[in-house]
Write a protein of this length. Structure first.
Lengths: 419, 82
């Protein structure tokens, strides 16, 4: 046991960390092929949910996706313990493991970890409390509720379903959760603590999970034109559109990936993080600026080497403005192409940091930049950036993915084509 | 409610809700060893018994129920006492 612990990483180990599998289940497609096509076509996944209006929501706009039908695929015990976002994550993880050619046999013989970003699980909590209030009898809650309710629901469920034996916990970092999960997985592999980590982000999509967010008046009110509602960086933006699903990114130590002959999709070369330390909901400029700078330093590259930035930009007036200021401060000379895929997907919140890595890798693989749809007229800050409102053909060698969240948590990832 | 109705209701729920194969269902079937039910499933069985028959199954009572017949008997006896 002592040797085992001693062999699990030590200072000075610097493994290269590669991506060998990706999977996606989102409002713009239920698999990689569908999502690639949507990204190329600039297709929106946003709709108006009339039920939200019946419940008095200020905005009924949302990304739309159906729950997968898992009866006949997973046994009852597994299904009973899963909230909807764990189901989404199951779908994206099955796709990613397949893409990575990681079989159940390989999982049995190797220590594979799981780190997912997630920050809520609302309906199971509400249903549990409703039953207890109504019946005054906790036994009526049933067996699945506790496992569905916890923030770590996705990692606890998937680790059991896929029989993973490595690191296993959930990262809650608001709308940067999925990005931090990839960053932490990258650190664990880089420093020799794990060989393979299934990383990702998951986000529930139901009216109650965003009721308290709607209360802040942060959502777009452009209900007459759902597909035009999410318009990051555009002068007439009026708020974000909540959305969700799940994305999986499989990280692996380069030597381990090579040994088993895996197809290498990309390499994670930089992770930067910071906290604004300023305001609970208003994003700052300095915090993101420090996180981007740290990611560049970690990657050992200068800003001019970034070909594409997948911006965090959610379509809120102040958030987009401050991200534009931070990006301009660092990239004013090189002006890399920028788009916020949230213009199509809406804001996938806890999932966004992972899904946007998947979207950007699809662009990298297919040599295009997906559009920042609805970007018609810049404001004085976004005018300084090279934002593309249309799909463009472009070789992407290196991209930066920004993710920022409530409480001023910032996460930036730099990913390169593998050479 | 007749004992036959109790058996029919329980068997139907085990097949539909718990996805147990019909050919495994017989009065002597052991809930754990033959039907593959585990402690977490008994929590859900207690919910079903409450909803279907208005009976509250307590943990200590559940431990004495080992076979399907035990379960039918328990429910039947409780209903008779009502």
């Amino acid at each position: 046991m002592v040797d085992y612990i001693h062999n699990k990483g030590f200072q000075g180990v610097m493994n290269r960390v590669v991506i060998t599998g990706i999977g996606i289940y989102s409002s713009i497609g239920k698999n990689l092929d569908e999502v690639r096509d949507s990204l190329m076509q600039g297709k929106s996944g946003v709709v108006l949910d009339k039920e939200r209006k019946e419940y008095g929501f200020q905005s009924g706009l949302t990304g739309k996706l159906d729950r997968p039908q898992l009866k006949g695929i997973l046994d009852r015990r597994s299904r009973v313990c899963m909230p909807e976002h764990a189901e989404f994550a199951y779908m994206s993880t099955v796709e990613a493991l397949k893409k990575a050619s990681i079989s159940p046999e390989y999982i049995r013989e190797n220590e594979i970890g799981i780190l997912f970003g997630n920050d809520s699980s609302t309906p199971p909590v509400i249903e549990c409390v409703d039953i207890i209030r109504k019946t005054k009898d906790t036994t009526m809650v049933g067996s699945g509720s506790v496992f569905q309710s916890m923030n770590s629901s996705v990692t606890m469920n998937l680790s059991v379903i896929f029989q993973l034996k490595g690191v296993n916990f959930t990262i809650s970092g608001a709308c940067a959760s999925g990005s931090h999960a990839i960053g932490m997985g990258y650190f664990l592999i880089r420093h020799g603590y794990q060989k393979t980590v299934v990383c990702g982000g998951a986000q529930e999509v139901n009216l109650f999970c965003v009721g308290s967010f709607d209360a802040l008046g942060a959502f777009s009110k452009r209900e007459a034109e759902p597909e035009k509602a999410s318009r990051p960086f555009d002068r007439s933006r009026d708020g974000l559109v909540p959305s969700g699903g799940a994305a999986t990114v499989i990280l692996e130590d380069l030597e381990s990936a090579k040994r088993r002959g895996a197809q290498i999709l990309a390499e994670v070369v930089g992770y930067g993080f910071s906290s604004d330390g300023v305001h609970i909901s208003v994003p700052d400029v300095d915090g993101p600026l420090r996180a981007i700078t740290m990611a560049l330093k970690d990657a050992g590259i200068n800003p001019g080497m970034i070909d594409y930035i997948n911006a965090h930009a959610t379509s809120t007036p102040i958030g987009d403005q401050n991200e534009a200021k931070a990006i301009d401060a660092i990239f004013k000379n090189s002006k890399p192409v920028i788009s916020s895929t949230k213009s199509m997907t809406g804001h996938e919140m806890w999932m966004a940091g992972a899904s946007e890595v998947v979207y950007s890798i699809l662009m990298m693989q297919n040599s295009f930049v997906a559009p920042n749809i609805n970007f018609k007229e810049p404001d004085e800050f976004s005018a300084k950036l090279n934002i593309t409102p249309v799909t463009i053909k472009k070789e992407i060698n290196t991209f930066l993915s920004n993710s920022f969240g409530f409480g001023g948590t910032n996460s930036c990832l730099i990913i390169k084509k593998f050479h | 409610m007749t004992r036959e109705n109790i058996e029919k209701t329980i068997n139907g729920l085990l097949i539909e809700e718990f996805e147990i194969e019909e050919n495994k269902i017989n009065p002597q079937a052991h809930l754990k060893d033959d039907l593959g039910l585990e402690s977490l499933d008994f929590v859900d069985i207690a919910v079903i018994v409450q909803k279907e028959f208005g009976l509250t199954l307590k943990g200590e009572e559940m431990t004495s129920i080992r076979t399907l017949e035990n379960l039918y008997d328990y429910i039947y006896t409780c209903i008779q006492k009502k």
